[in-house]
Design a protein around this ligand. Structure first.
Ligand code: FE2
Length: 359
């Protein structure tokens, strides 16, 4: 975790007023002034900074959220303080802090952590203008949070070790003894746990328990998806279950950790074709509701989604009709299973994986 929030510069009254008026418009401005007048327990509400500040509990990749924050601040003058951490860790922190949390916005890599905070009753309704920018398959039916990006599960495999007809047809095949010692994953990560939550939703608890026991017997475990891909690249394992963007990100750099690796998409609505929705929500306890909602609207809007299209995250855009980076296999070709992201049960997955001895 790191605090990126340097103190807001003290702009002159005229400059601050002008920027505020341009950025926010009358109604929002009025409420911003009221909020400043009330004071706030959170030091991020500094009236001298003009348009205000928000604190984001960020579990998305730091570089992606930083790019969103920089562009949003340039456009609106609203300063964004990021506190970075993992999905489960930050969800647990929000639940522990309850209505006293300094967070205005929560962003995650995956849906289960969002569902956890929603279940605790901590989210405000997402602004309808934001909801309207995101197709319904990329957000929960409750409207308590929204998808902000998406990522596909893949089987990343070593080209020297496997040819196409030796690939698993389903992710469920990896429990078979024939895969013993030949595949890997990062079970402690929220990314992998989200994939298991999709399996739980699609196949039920008994089948998931059996699969996890097979995984315990067969899989080599790593810390993080990058480590899994490196293991595949080095030939320590034939293949690994990760998300697609780790491969594309490495290929866009030197390719040194992925030169022997290629991707297999399970498709066929398999649990292994799961597309995980990264979420964004506004905390009901936020004292900066307008700016927080505005940030979410920005992320899911044209400019925010274009950062996914043209940047180095290689995650999929989900809103405002922005197409994916042309290097990626388009989402509509992935035959991913339809799942309401709000149904993904993180705590039950943790229980099942703990019982299987994986975490
Ligand atoms: Fe990730």
């Amino acid at each position: 975790m790191r605090a990126t929030g340097a103190p807001a510069p003290h702009t002159g009254r005229t400059g601050a007023w002008r920027r505020r008026t341009l950025a926010l418009g009358g109604a929002v401005l009025a409420s911003a002034l009221v909020l400043a007048g009330c004071g706030s327990s959170d030091s991020s509400s500094d009236s001298s900074s003009g348009a205000g500040e928000i604190t984001v509990y960020n579990a998305q990749h730091d570089s992606l959220t930083q790019a969103w924050a920089d562009e949003f601040t340039a456009e609106t003058g609203v300063k964004v303080n990021l506190r970075n951490g993992g999905d489960s860790e930050m969800a647990a922190q929000l639940v522990a802090e309850g209505s006293k949390s300094p967070a205005d916005v929560f962003l995650t890599e995956n849906s289960p952590a969002m569902a956890q905070v929603e279940t605790a009753g901590l989210f405000a309704d997402v602004d309808p203008a934001t909801i309207a920018q995101v197709p319904e398959q990329f957000r929960p039916s409750t409207g308590k949070w929204t998808g902000i990006a998406a990522r596909s599960t893949v089987f990343a495999y070593n080209k020297d070790k496997l040819v196409e007809d030796q690939l698993p047809v389903s992710i469920m095949d990896l429990q078979d003894p024939s895969w013993q010692g030949r595949w890997g994953a990062s079970p402690s990560g929220a990314d992998f746990q989200a994939i298991v939550s999709a399996m739980l939703e699609l196949k039920g608890a008994d089948a998931t328990k059996t699969w996890l026991e097979g995984m315990k017997a067969n899989a080599k475990t790593y810390q993080g998806n990058s480590a899994v891909m490196k293991g595949v690249n080095a030939g320590e394992i034939d293949g690994g279950v990760i998300y697609h963007y780790y491969w594309f990100g490495d290929q866009a750099k030197t390719g040194e950790n992925s030169k022997n690796v290629t991707l297999h998409y399970f498709k066929n609505e398999d649990p292994g074709a799961f597309v995980s929705i990264s979420g964004g929500g506004v905390l009901e306890s936020s004292k900066n509701q307008d700016q927080a909602q505005q940030f979410l609207q920005f992320i899911t809007g044209k400019k925010g989604q274009e950062i996914l299209q043209t940047g180095t995250s290689f995650e999929y855009p989900v809103g405002s009709d922005i197409a994916a980076n042309p290097a990626l296999v388009p989402l509509d070709q992935l035959q991913y299973p339809a799942i309401d992201p709000e149904k993904l049960n993180g705590p039950e997955v943790v229980d099942l994986m703990t019982a299987a001895g994986l975490i």
